[in-house]
Design a protein around this ligand. Structure first.
Ligand SMILES: NC(=O)c1ccc[n+]([C@@H]2O[C@H](COP(=O)([O-])OP(=O)(O)OC[C@H]3O[C@@H](n4cnc5c(N)ncnc54)[C@H](OP(=O)(O)O)[C@@H]3O)[C@@H](O)[C@H]2O)c1
Length: 271
């Protein structure tokens, strides 16, 4: 019998990509897994019970928590994975678009955590794992709002980890680089495309076309989540894959000017 049997995990955004792979990997590791999607899923991940929940809807989040608690009586692990992207020049996106991004990628996480913490606190144990990004460590061009929301997630997660450790609850952030999912295709187009960014956009799209086919597999992120969920002493951050590890190391140890040049070169920007 697995040491995780009897433990319950909730994974948001389990209908595709990283969330789907993570829900399956946790089920294989012995957890009883509930995955979420905004739509009723006909073919969810193997061994995972799918429930409908939009993380921007507080009532839907409360209903999700009470459904899971009524079925299993406990939530040991919450994986906040649901997320959307905004790729383009910062000024091309309307405030409404940026607010919608934050509503899913940050406030959605906070809604889920606020709804689940009381039961974790009462039981005196729990793990929360937030899916961040290397863009939460390094701001990159044409991802200003996405970089902002992933930086916010890093700050929120680290603060929360200090607060809830007293209740035997730990918070970790998983930091992948590019991962082969439909994430870039699901990215929201800017409300006002500006021709001044046409050339930069073409460079950025060329970069994506170059890196995406060689990007990391979602299963690599799923493995990191299982590790963070089961490590006796979980780390606050888990980078995933070679590219993310390199970026994280360079950010900390390379001279700022050299880092700036390398990044601009990668994004095909004049140095
Ligand atoms: N792919 C990458 O290169 C990459 C790199 C680093 C980090 N990440 C992060 O990894 C996470 C997952 O991304 P992915 O690449 O796996 O993308 P994906 O395949 O597009 O999956 C996104 C998931 O989020 C769910 N979702 C979107 N809006 C939602 C909402 N309002 N409420 C509830 N669920 C919602 C979607 O579910 P439904 O549409 O079924 O509702 C879907 O299951 C995101 O947080 C992303 O920022 C991705």
């Amino acid at each position: 019998m697995s040491m995780n049997s009897g433990k319950t995990a909730v994974v948001t955004g389990a209908s595709s990509g990283i969330g789907r792979a993570t829900a399956e990997a946790l089920a294989q590791a012995g957890f009883t897994v509930f995955g979420t999607s905004r739509r009723k899923a006909s073919n969810g991940p193997d061994g995972v019970t799918m429930l409908v929940c939009d993380v921007t809807d507080g009532e839907a989040v409360a209903a999700l928590v009470s459904t899971v608690l009524s079925r299993t009586g406990r939530i040991d692990l919450l994986v906040n994975n649901a997320g959307v992207g905004l790729l383009g020049g910062a000024e091309e996106f309307s405030i409404a678009q940026v607010q919608a991004l934050f509503d899913v990628n940050l406030f959605g996480v906070i809604r889920m955590i606020n709804a689940m913490l009381p039961s974790m606190r009462r039981r005196g144990e729990g793990r929360i794992i937030n899916i961040g990004s290397v863009l939460g460590l390094v701001p990159a061009p044409y991802s200003a709002h996405y970089s902002a929301v992933k930086h916010a997630l890093e700050g929120y997660s680290e603060s929360l980890d200090h607060e809830v450790r007293a209740f035997n609850i730990r918070v970790s952030v998983i930091e992948p680089a590019f991962v082969r999912t439909v994430f870039d295709q699901n990215g929201i187009e800017p409300d006002s495309l500006l021709k001044e960014y046409d050339q930069a956009r073409a460079g950025f799209k060329a970069l994506l076309a170059d890196v995406m086919p060689k990007a990391d597999r979602p299963e690599m992120v799923a493995d990191a989540v299982v590790k963070a969920a089961t490590d006796a002493r979980p780390r606050r951050r888990y980078t995933v894959g070679k590219a993310a590890r390199q970026v994280s190391l360079l950010r900390r140890f390379a001279p700022a000017e050299m880092f700036d040049k390398t990044l601009r070169k990668q994004f095909r920007l004049p140095i």
